[in-house]
Design a protein around this ligand. Structure first.
Ligand code: NAI
Length: 446
């Protein structure tokens, strides 16, 4: 049998594309080497957020007297936290499996290799197809640091038998690094972050990283920016991390565990036979719609060169790629991509960074509203965050939220930017009180 589409990789991009193609009557084969759900569901976003939610409940319980609740002897059992997380993952994975079954997507488990533009091989079977969608995601990128084999990655942190270490050095203060730092610190691990850039989460405005640094300081997390890690050594149960600090002075930290979180790279090793002639350059090279240099081969998600590595980006591209194959208008506009970081408090961002507006000499206005003036933030005992909106010629071009539930609220600003709303138009939309969302309304007022 010849398939209409073979999708390789069953993460959010791959299973979305497979389900949509099948719903539109195409014959679809999905090949997955591990479990459906990909990194996001099995060893990324979902399990991490489950741990972070347990951390939030524990923190709130510890502070219950603040709310007038007596709750002596609060404690946790990390193995139960892990098993709750595994239950959440299992439930969601079963949901994905069911959706593939009900849409009649053929699923084969094994390692796929594209041997020609119309043939994909898996476990000595060859499958013929009209179109191929590569959705193989990314893997942890390991920096060339001496002794890096003594470090673990976020994959191990999210394994069922992971045990809380007494002290941890996290190499990399990007999204994964700060989320792990925030969660493990809540459960009492002593955390030090070594970040080579000049602030945490350098992909966002510098003031966001600085604000997070301030929160972390209060919680006892040590942050060292402009740190250059030179070596990791093993001394029985201890790890010794050697690094040059911002002044170039050699320093040492002794800890029980080192976690490396310095980025991810496209997972495409041995995926495509050279004879296929697919263009590869730190990922599969493709245009903004995922079309590669081979007319029937497409790529979506983290496997694509220079893609934003987010699950919702892969999912949106998964829908769009089927639109392209079916010659339909695209379902999703890929220009406005919100992002969220699940620290305490949460951080969310969408649009053009204020730092970039400044750097490019674009004339803009920036308005800020502090969470200290918001009733719901005070009720939820939140740290001092803010909502910031930037406009160009009165039109909203970006938004930053540092507040509880920021990752839920950023959608409002995404719609405003996508629909090119002016500050005035947004300000006319009455928001409910008392809510955290009313800060968005207030910040847009005169
Ligand atoms: P990242 O690119 O966000 O951060 C890596 C950090 O490591 C950067 O700040 C970089 O300056 C630093 N770094 C690189 N090499 C270093 C070295 N040798 N020493 C010290 N610092 C070093 O990568 P991360 O955090 O690993 O995340 C990978 C991808 O997964 C990202 O694209 C991220 O957006 C995505 N992700 C998104 C999540 C979310 O949306 N909440 C959650 C988890 C991951």
């Amino acid at each position: 049998m010849k398939y209409d589409v073979i999708v390789i990789g069953a993460g959010p991009g791959g299973y979305t594309a497979a389900n949509k193609a099948a719903k539109h009557g195409l014959n679809v084969l999905l090949i997955e080497k591990d479990k459906v759900g990909g990194t996001c569901l099995n060893r990324g976003c979902i399990p991490m957020k489950s741990i972070i939610e347990s951390a939030r409940v524990y923190n709130t319980s510890l502070q219950s007297e603040l709310y007038g609740i007596k709750n002596d002897n609060v404690s946790f059992d990390y193995s139960l936290i892990n098993s709750r997380r595994d239950d959440v993952v299992k439930t969601l994975r079963e949901g994905v499996e069911k959706s593939l079954k009900s849409n009649k997507v053929d699923v084969v488990y094994g390692v796929a290799k594209i041997v020609s533009k119309n043939i994909v091989e898996c476990d000595n079977n060859q499958y013929e197809t009209t179109n191929i969608i590569i959705a193989t995601g990314s893997v942890v990128s390991i920096p060339p640091i001496e002794g890096i084999e003594y470090a673990i990655t976020s994959n191990e942190v999210l394994e069922t038998d992971y045990k809380l270490p007494e002290s941890v050095v996290i190499i990399g203060g990007g999204v994964i690094g700060v989320e792990i730092a925030s969660a493990l610190n809540s459960f009492g691990s002593k955390i030090t972050i070594l970040e080579m850039a000049n602030s945490l989460i350098p992909t966002m405005d510098k003031e966001v990283g600085q604000r997070l640094n301030m929160f972390f300081k209060k919680k006892g997390i040590d942050v060292n920016c402009l740190a250059s890690v030179k070596a990791i050594k093993k001394d029985n149960e201890n790890r010794i991390v050697e690094y040059d600090d911002s002044k170039g002075e050699r320093k040492q930290i002794v800890c029980k565990q080192v976690i490396v979180a310095t980025g991810r790279r496209a997972n495409i090793d041995n995926l495509v036979d050279e004879n296929v002639g697919l263009e590869i350059n730190r990922g599969i090279v493709a245009d903004e719609n995922g079309k590669t240099n081979i007319d029937n081969i497409y790529v979506i998600g983290d496997a694509k060169a220079n893609n934003i590595q987010l699950a919702h980006v892969a999912e949106a591209q998964g829908e769009n790629i089927i639109d392209i194959i079916l010659n339909k208008p695209l379902s999703n506009d890929m220009n406005i991509i919100p992002s969220g970081i699940y620290t305490d408090p949460e951080i969310a961002f969408v649009g053009i960074r204020e730092d970039d507006l400044k750097q490019n000499n674009i004339s803009y206005e920036s308005k800020k509203y502090l969470t200290g003036a918001n009733g719901k933030c005070l009720i939820e005992n939140s740290e001092s965050g803010f909502v910031k909106v930037c406009t160009v010629d009165g039109v909203i071009v970006s938004g930053t939220i540092i507040a509880p539930h920021a990752t839920e609220l950023i959608g409002e600003l995404s719609i405003a930017i996508e629909k090119k709303m002016s500050l005035k138009q947004f300000s006319e939309v009455v928001h409910p009180h008392p809510t955290i969302s009313e800060m968005l309304w207030h910040v847009t007022k005169e």
